[in-house]
Design a protein around this ligand. Structure first.
Ligand SMILES: C[S@@+](CC[C@H](N)C(=O)[O-])C[C@H]1O[C@@H](n2cnc3c(N)ncnc32)[C@H](O)[C@@H]1O
Length: 231
């Protein structure tokens, strides 16, 4: 079986994953953040303009897995899609109970690039759904694009849960649909660490992009992985 290569991106990614594991060991819940559309544009859409991305997504269904506080912040992709009438959903189990919008939420949101503190009365609230990534309330073959920023392999590392999540993505995705997630190691190294992915995703073509992105909400060196389901 191939082993993950030593490289600076892998080192940083593994350091990040260890921090997340420590959080779990300490019984702390996953941090909820609110990265802006400018961040999603860069890591998921090759920095294309906001207008071009929204035009492309006009007739598509998009689901943001582990959306955190983004539905409640003005400069998020969730809110931009809502303003433009794009069918965009945010999914996060914490939405079930509702966020408290206290100091901690505000600090994490600002730290990760929100222009204003999160507010509970933002529009489009009905598309912010309380659910887990492996139990999505969407019909089979109904979704065009699954995005996930700062969740998979970072906060969720258990192979059984990851297998269930990618199987669920496959269920809801249309043929030709896409999964894009950030941050990641090289895909070859990720599949060496989690070999089951090759089996669950055998109907998918993979593509990866390496980013150097230095800011508080990103890893300085990391990959975005795009997985496209065969038609
Ligand atoms: C670090 S935040 C990322 C928020 C946003 N995507 C961003 O990039 O700023 C990760 C979010 O994933 C959520 N989460 C944790 N486990 C999850 C699961 N099994 N399914 C979906 N979301 C989950 C957490 O509640 C948290 O709000």
């Amino acid at each position: 079986m191939p082993t993950p290569q030593y490289s600076l991106p892998n080192f940083l990614f593994n350091a990040l994953s260890s921090t997340a594991r420590l959080y779990e060991k300490l019984g702390l819940s996953v941090v909820s953040t609110a990265r802006p559309f400018s961040f999603y544009r860069k890591v998921f859409f090759q920095s294309r303009s906001e207008a071009a991305i929204l035009a492309d997504l006009e007739d598509k269904t998009v689901v943001d897995i582990g959306c955190g506080l983004t539905p409640f912040t003005e400069n998020s992709m969730f809110q931009a899609c809502h303003r433009q009438g794009v069918d965009f959903y945010g999914v996060d189990p914490k939405l079930e109970k509702g966020f408290k919008f206290g100091v901690v939420d505000s600090l994490w949101s600002t730290f990760t690039g929100a222009s204003k503190a999160p507010r509970g009365n933002m529009p489009g609230r009905h598309k912010a759904i309380g659910a887990y990534a492996d139990q999505l309330p969407f019909d089979d073959g109904s979704v065009d694009l699954v995005l996930s920023s700062w969740l998979l392999f970072v906060w969720i590392q258990d192979p059984t849960i990851l297998a269930a999540i990618f199987t669920e993505f496959d269920r809801v995705l249309k043929p030709g649909g896409r999964i894009s997630f950030y941050p990641s190691m090289r895909w070859q190294d990720m599949t060496a660490k989690y070999p089951f992915l090759l089996d669950v995703l055998k109907q998918y073509q993979s593509e990866q992009q390496f980013w150097t992105y230095v800011r508080t909400s990103s890893l300085p060196f990391a990959y975005t992985i795009h997985l496209t389901k065969n038609k």
